[in-house]
Design a protein around this ligand. Structure first.
Ligand code: CA
Length: 230
């Protein structure tokens, strides 16, 4: 599964670099923007899994940016972790009021930053940090990129792997084709909904005896269920 992307919005390059190096070493994909305008350009191109947003920035402050992003339907649900200066208690409250999920006080240790990032991701986007999902006897491991059924390794293509991962992490719920395109193929991807059907068909072929776990819900979409008779 893809590495969680973290957009670092920080004007001090030495701090941004240090954060980026630590994130990279810990399985994240960091992207750096030095101010609000650069951050907006990055957001227009792709949505990260989380934003590390410095409070003190040239131009628009982190607080203004957080407010603005929470108003935009596209970035409304995007996890935001604010970086604040030591002891600025009113700042923290204002940051949370503006829609930040949490804050980290500078200076902070790498371990603290990683713990807070993981906590926010678990809350907001469990699929970005979960490594192993088990539904009945079907097991998907994102660390080793393997799928097994009753202990037997299955051959699953990369898109089918992502699709299965999403369905397993949100099992028993029905997902429309549009939702699957958005969640599995990603934002800004213009492909036909029929593409989903093609990959579901391939996924079922890969699953073999476990194929009935991927159910078609007429008129609604697809669901992965542990209730299927396999
Ligand atoms: Ca700053």
């Amino acid at each position: 599964m893809k590495k969680p992307r973290v957009l670092i919005v920080e004007d001090e390059s030495s701090i941004a670099e240090l954060i980026a190096v630590n994130l990279r070493h810990n399985g994240f994909e960091p992207i750096w923007a030095e101010d609000g305008a650069a951050a907006q350009r990055e957001l227009d191109a792709f949505l990260p899994d989380l934003v590390l947003l410095d409070w003190m920035l040239p131009g628009q402050s982190g607080l203004q940016l957080a407010r603005q992003w929470r108003k935009d339907p596209r970035t409304k649900a995007m996890p935001i972790l604010m970086l604040t200066a030591r002891g600025d208690e009113p700042d923290k409250v204002a940051g949370l009021d503006a829609g930040a999920d949490d804050y980290i006080t500078k200076p902070f240790s790498t371990q603290e930053m990683l713990a807070r990032i993981r906590a926010v991701l678990r809350r907001r986007a469990p699929e970005a940090v979960t490594e192993r999902v088990e539904i009945g006897e079907l097991v998907l491991d994102t660390a080793t990129h393997r799928v097994t059924w009753q202990g037997t390794l299955l051959k699953v293509g990369p898109t089918e792997f992502k699709l299965l991962g999403y369905l397993m992490q949100h099992a028993e719920r029905v997902h429309s084709r549009a939702q699957l395109l958005d969640k599995v193929w990603g934002d800004h991807v213009y492909i036909e909904e029929r593409t989903v059907d093609v990959h579901v068909k391939r996924l079922r072929e890969s699953l073999g005896p476990a194929a009935p776990m991927v159910e078609t819900v007429r008129g609604a979409g697809y669901r992965l269920t542990a209730q299927a008779t396999v």
